[in-house]
Design a protein around this ligand. Sequence first.
Ligand SMILES: Nc1ncnc2c1ncn2[C@@H]1O[C@H](COP(=O)(O)OP(=O)(O)O)[C@@H](O)[C@H]1O
Ligand SMILES: [Mg+2]
Length: 358
Amino acid sequence: MNSVSITLTQCSRTFTKGNTALHPLDLHIHAGETLVLLGPSGCGKTTTLRIISGLETPDYGGRVLFGDRDVTALPIEQRNVGMVFQNYALFPNMSVAENIAYGLKLQRLPRTEIEQRLIDVMRMVDLEGLGGRRIEALSGGQKQRVALARAIAVRPKVLLFDEPLAALDAKLRHRLRLEIGQLLRELGITAVYVTHDQDEAMALGDRVAVMQAGRIVQLGTPKEIYHQPANVFVADFIGAVNCLEVTGPGTSGRFAVHGGELDAPHLKGMSHIYCRPEDVLVVALPHAQVQGSVIQSTFLGQTQQLMVDTGGKTPLQVVVPSRQYWPAGSIIGLSLPSNMLFHPERSATVSYQEQTHG
Ligand SMILES: Nc1ncnc2c1ncn2[C@@H]1O[C@H](COP(=O)(O)OP(=O)(O)O)[C@@H](O)[C@H]1O
Ligand SMILES: [Mg+2]
């Protein structure tokens, strides 16, 4: 499948006066990549996706390009996109095969071609043998496979997903996420995937655009947005983060924080220091940089989450292996290695706005 790049320039969308759903957005999606739009509900993900699909028109002046071709004025039928939605949007009165073949019949493909494609896509999404089933006789996961098969059967230039797994239970969501990732790599197709789930975003995205209130606030690889978040919102949205207040200078150039001292020469001048809960190490008290008392420990199966009171306003979150036993009241020694300490303002990647506007 030959893939196409997507370029949005100055695409904004105002539905009601004075309430902008999407601020002027510039975004280039590489041919063949999977770009995830990630952010909380209402931040403009669906609006952006609909502008790409042609279901929505940007405000005057916005442009959408597929490759070099300006598609701004084209309706969805003429853009050659496949879409997969949370609610499946299948025809309930048609069989699995009829649903998948629907777009192919519209294209007036020969019968033999339609049958071959049906066999191919049903194999790709693991629906072999279910062609005759009625839609209502399928599980949620199977329905979403049908929707996926229908979207890829027409060999679209672009695949668009709007929270396709949001209605499924955790285990199925996880499995389908792996399968969709595998399929997208196989197809090599340009895909835009909308989700509010950060795990899904990191698992599927070649790059992730984090959105907040109608703007992209950071665009980067999953590792960049996780380890070098451009601002506190991103740091907090993509997983948990500790914010330690610097209470003054420590000994030999270190920072004093509640419960101890930290070594972070790269964060000189900062009033706060950030650290992910899983990067905090538990060490013997004599080796501790920070010490505190466990106020709560939550067993999570794979891990155990501790809340540690170090004397500051908010307790420190620490993730430790679940077989360690740290009951409430334990005095615990912690080490926060300097290469794991960060501050969004000192992140190695610049924010999206700086990247795109000189
Ligand atoms: N058709 C519409 N009419 C009015 N407001 C809308 C419409 N579609 C979306 N909005 C508003 O635009 C904002 C962004 O919506 P949306 O793109 O659906 O967000 P997300 O998909 O990130 O949850 C929200 O405040 C939403 O209420
Ligand atoms: Mg949405």
